[in-house]
Design a protein around this ligand. Structure first.
Ligand code: ZN
Length: 266
């Protein structure tokens, strides 16, 4: 009996994910360019013609137009399709795990932020403050309502409380970001160039605030390992100069941040 309402919510989450993914695509293009994400309506980045609603349906329009603009025929990035698809899948996974609850909302918000940051870093090597600092704030606010796992019980006794969860979110954010910031700073001094942007540090703080320390470290490790392997393979394959080529490290962190809690829960 309860299986059916559950499926209903999962499908609803997937549909909402498609629509929200469409909005994330707008954010991914506009935030790094300091454009408003509310106005004007969607336009083709190539020819500037405003996109009609029937050409703006998630997944469907991309398939019908075969990934090309109706007016100028220039290709539309596969990213538009992928973002809508991944957001829908992640929202559906979250709701199938938690049902229509506050924890589901928390993880849907987190996944959406990570999807957007993955692509802004991948395409522009930019991690916009709206998403990183916004993510830190969202993580801290959610920690008051959805328990963040951590170690603060060692010195804050008693049952799991809101203040303990909040403390664990703060600790997660600080311990994940400060040492990396210090390492990057020291490396930058030694090599006279920026190894790690402040954007990465803010992204790590947001990850820690949502995930807590343990899962946060797991996500960092996962992102660093995948990033090193894929990055090295790409540099060798494309014969890029390893000393000057800038890897989208933030993208790998976002990948780890989304995958780590999925594995961690199992
Ligand atoms: Zn066009």
């Amino acid at each position: 009996m309860p299986a059916e309402p559950q499926l209903f919510y999962v499908i609803l989450a997937a549909i909402f994910g498609l629509l929200f993914g469409s909005f994330l695509n707008v954010c991914i293009y506009r935030l790094p360019r300091d454009l408003s994400v509310v106005a004007p309506r969607s336009f083709c980045p190539e020819c500037g013609v405003q996109i009609a609603w029937y050409d703006n349906l998630p997944l469907v329009s991309y398939a019908i137009l075969r990934g090309r603009c109706r007016y100028c025929d220039k290709p539309i990035g596969i990213r538009y399709f992928l973002v809508e698809l991944t957001t829908a899948v992640l929202f559906a996974l979250t709701v199938s795990e938690y049902g229509p609850t506050l924890p589901a909302l928390k993880w849907a918000v987190f996944d959406a932020i990570m999807v957007a940051l993955f692509w802004t870093d991948f395409e522009e090597r930019i991690l916009p403050d709206e998403l990183t600092i916004g993510g830190i704030l969202a993580g801290l606010i959610f920690s008051v309502f959805v328990s963040v796992p951590g170690f603060s019980e060692i010195w804050i006794s008693g049952p799991a409380t809101r203040s303990r969860s909040f403390t664990d979110a703060v600790i997660g954010g600080l311990i994940l970001s400060i040492p990396i910031w210090a390492l990057g700073w020291a490396y930058g001094r030694l090599r006279k160039r920026d190894a790690l942007g402040l954007g990465d540090v803010k992204l790590l703080a947001a990850m820690g605030a949502f995930l807590g320390l343990e899962n946060g470290l797991f996500a960092l490790l996962l992102g660093a390992v995948t990033g090193s392997v894929l990055g090295l393979a790409y540099i060798l394959w494309k014969r890029k100069d390893a000393a000057s080529y800038e890897l989208p490290f933030g993208s790998f962190l976002c990948f780890g941040a989304v995958i780590a809690p999925l594995i961690g829960r199992r």
